[in-house]
Design a protein around this ligand. Structure first.
Ligand SMILES: Nc1ncnc2c1ncn2[C@@H]1O[C@H](COP(=O)(O)OP(=O)(O)OP(=O)(O)O)[C@@H](O)[C@H]1O
Ligand SMILES: [Mg+2]
Length: 266
């Protein structure tokens, strides 16, 4: 379903991904792991087509089609979805309008109001969020957990074929986490493929990954089945350095700030 070949990506001319190769099949639940700052979210943004992330080399094949140069909305209509690690707050855009317009842009003809009402009411109930949130501006003033629940409502409405969820469990209380895991497992049963980034074992005890990729230094350093994710949860990343001789290093970027402002004033 998804094949990534030698993907090299930079942001604001800083090189972040240095030759990512991976393959995901329909029906997989993939755990995408790796230490902080090694490129996991960058990979998601690159797959989704965020224009800030520049692909310098390599390609992304989705369902046999090269999507590397396609814009975000085209990729979304082809069935890709990204739930953000940090969902942005959009002032002046009511959640209801956002949901209705994004849903309609994926349909041949606009959804009937009653169907939209039924769909959203169910989705709010599934994630345990009061449906009055639909009248608030998108994510504005939402708590961390409320933003994450809102991402899952979008996921349910758009019903993608490949969903990438970036730290969907961060900020969620225990009850919300199990509700959301239930939604993900239900959607998976109905055919959605998932890639999940998480730093916590709890998510992977509720949703069983069958594949694991570990991103280190902007590359897939290690891959395996679901047991690899469980081992990392238990032992951390240090065994990768010892057993596989992969050095986990963060290159310090040389940043020039020019001449020191304070010095100049003095
Ligand atoms: N605009 C930018 N300019 C320079 N470096 C950037 C920019 N945006 C992101 N980065 C760097 O890219 C690296 C990868 O970031 P990314 O968000 O992909 O990490 P991550 O693996 O998702 O980490 P985490 O687990 O903390 O979410 C980080 O070192 C980050 O600081
Ligand atoms: Mg991240």
């Amino acid at each position: 379903m998804l094949k990534i070949n030698d993907l090299n990506v930079s942001i604001d001319s800083s090189s972040i991904l240095n030759g990512i190769n991976l393959e995901i099949s329909k029906g997989d639940i993939v755990a995408l792991l790796g230490p902080n700052g090694h490129g996991k979210s960058t990979l998601f943004h690159s797959i989704m087509g965020n224009p800030r992330y520049v692909v310098n080399k390599g390609n992304i094949i989705f369902n046999g089609e090269d999507i590397t140069k396609m814009d975000v909305s085209t990729r979304s209509k082809k069935g890709l979805f990204l739930a953000f690690q940090n969902p942005p707050e959009i002032s002046g855009v009511m959640t209801l309008d956002f949901f209705k317009n994004s849903l309609n842009s994926h349909l041949d003809k606009p959804i009937k109001l009653l169907d939209f009402y039924k769909k959203t009411t169910q989705a709010y109930e599934d994630v345990g969020l009061d449906s009055s949130f639909i009248e608030r501006n998108l994510n504005e003033g939402f708590s961390g957990g409320e933003k994450k629940r809102n991402e899952i409502i979008q996921l349910q409405l758009l019903s993608p074929t490949l969903a990438m969820l970036d730290e969907i469990d961060s900020g969620l209380d225990v009850d919300a986490l199990s509700s959301i895991a239930k939604v993900i497992n239900n959607m998976h049963e109905k055919g959605t493929t998932f890639i999940l980034i998480s730093h916590y074992d709890k998510l992977f005890s509720l949703i069983n990954p069958n594949k694991t990729f570990v991103i280190i230094n902007g590359k897939v350093a290690l891959s395996g089945d679901g047991l690899l994710a469980k081992r990392i949860s238990k032992e951390g990343y240090s065994f990768i350095e010892k057993e596989f001789k992969i050095k986990i290093e963060k290159k310090e970027k040389q940043v020039s700030i020019g001449s020191c402002g304070v010095k100049q004033v003095i």
